[in-house]
Write a protein that binds this ligand. Structure first.
Ligand code: ZN
Length: 143
């Protein structure tokens, strides 16, 4: 996808102002918190598992628009996926931000592709990755 600055901004604002799956889950199976001190972002991820499948996921947190929008997109991308498939999405997302890859997210959450715009602002990459690293920790602990 061609980088589009307006689309990038619109998608971030949409997820920041109307976050998906943003609430504290009471009956979770797994929880992990993450902090990005360089920006002051805080994210908590809550996961409910049905066997090996992420049957429900939510987040709570405070921080910049990129950290919160990225967490919102993450929850949409992995909800209903197995832990292995969620791990693959995390790998694709990290390769997009850290290795210049151009992955296809059409089966995950197409909104994710606009986050490659974050690469224009290298200090914000940590903001975008915070929730993803937090979920990755949950998956590692679940194995
Ligand atoms: Zn941030």
């Amino acid at each position: 996808m061609e980088y589009d600055d307006d689309l990038y901004r619109d998608v971030i604002i949409d997820h920041y102002s109307s976050p998906r799956n943003k609430h504290v889950m009471e009956d979770y199976h797994k929880h992990e918190g993450g902090v990005n001190r360089s920006c002051g972002d805080e994210i908590d991820i809550f996961v409910k598992l049905d066997g090996n499948v992420i049957s429900d996921i939510s987040f709570s947190g405070v921080g910049c628009s990129i950290s919160q929008a990225s967490a919102s997109m993450l929850t949409e991308a992995v909800k209903g996926k197995s832990l292995e498939d969620a791990e693959k999405v995390i790998g694709k997302f990290k390769s997009m931000l850290l290795e210049n890859a151009n992955p296809d997210f059409s089966n995950d959450n197409p909104d994710l592709e606009v986050l490659q715009g974050v690469k224009q602002y290298p200090v914000r990459i940590k903001c975008a990755l915070l929730s993803w690293n937090t979920l990755e920790q949950i998956i590692k602990d679940s194995k």
